[in-house]
Design a protein around this ligand. Sequence first.
Ligand SMILES: Nc1ncnc2c1ncn2[C@@H]1O[C@H](COP(=O)(O)OP(=O)(O)OP(=O)(O)O)[C@@H](O)[C@H]1O
Ligand SMILES: [Mg+2]
Length: 387
Amino acid sequence: MRRRLASSLSLKLLAGQLLVVIAGAVTLLLVAVAVGPGIFHHHIEMALGYVPAGVQRHLNMAYGDATLISLAVAVGAAILLALALSALISGRVVRPVRALARAAEEIARGAHHARVPERGSDELAQLARSFNEMATSLERAEHVRRQLLADVAHELRNPLATIESYVEALSEGVLPADAENWEAVRLETARLNRLVNDLQKVSSAEAHQLDLSRTRVELGAVIQDSVRAAAPAYSAKGVALEQTIDGPSPVVVELDQERFSEVLANLLANALRHTPTGGLVRVSAGERAHLAELTVADNGEGIAPEHLERVFERFFRADPARSRSSGGSGIGLAIVRAIVEAHGGTVTAASAGVGHGASFTIQLPVASHPGRRVASATAPGRPPRAQ
Ligand SMILES: Nc1ncnc2c1ncn2[C@@H]1O[C@H](COP(=O)(O)OP(=O)(O)OP(=O)(O)O)[C@@H](O)[C@H]1O
Ligand SMILES: [Mg+2]
């Protein structure tokens, strides 16, 4: 099929050029026959006056021969040029098109590493660049899909194995069917349920399918609500939770409050989990370089430099064994990032190293026209705040 495509392109190109050559030659011949002799005789008569019939015949033959020879030489040269040009152009066009077709076929067969050479700066080079970009993002998506399947299988295996062993032991009478053992089974099924819900959230957020219902709110009010919701868990563990709002005027952002509360709840739960009793977690907000900035900083365990880049990956846990026993499956920060990015923002992690605390900073676009009144709707019935 590729060969057919290539040869038909070259043939079409050659046929087009030959058509131009033939049209030129026929036009030239018609004009030479129709107009040429009249003009020729007129000039001979003007120059010589009377021309004897014998001389006239020779002059006619000379005119005809000269016209035919020039026409033949011109047509021959044009055909040679057409052949050379179509070989050159078809080489330039057909080769990259053939390479594109070959790479597309390879990718369709599952060889996602296939790429085409990007030479020059013409439209074909642009096409090759776009093709390669598309192939790269396909390859990345495929890698993420495989990784996700492997991770999901891995994450499901542990709670399922626990449930299976409990059910077996309970049914064979090895374990007593008391409240404690049933509670263990219930906890594992609850973990499975949470895992499935988290996966659904992160995959719809990453596929940009989050239905955001945004309202204009003061960032400080959103933080206050989340801090209030997290406070009981903090006091139960004996970790202080502080909130500071910088700047003279409130920072107004457009948020889906429910989703954003989830972001803050995740960050606050992480900070609490990784900060020992007696520690401090501070949530601060302000405006920097026309962006709303929110930071959750703790003085807890901290994060090793080699882990900083990876904490937002799905299923990443710096200490998998410990996190598993305490219920973390490593999806929280992936959800955080997906929701923040769906709002057009960014989230970054920072830490001076293990034992030196960690901080997570979110930057969001500030809502335009901040002069209007803003409804803070997190707590039902709360009156609108003035800007
Ligand atoms: N404040 C923090 N201090 C130290 N390490 C942290 C902090 N927040 C996150 N991490 C590290 O990043 C990893 C990923 O966090 P993430 O919230 O994605 O998962 P998780 O908390 O382990 O599980 P989940 O949130 O799904 O219950 C954590 O396991 C932990 O190693
Ligand atoms: Mg978490």
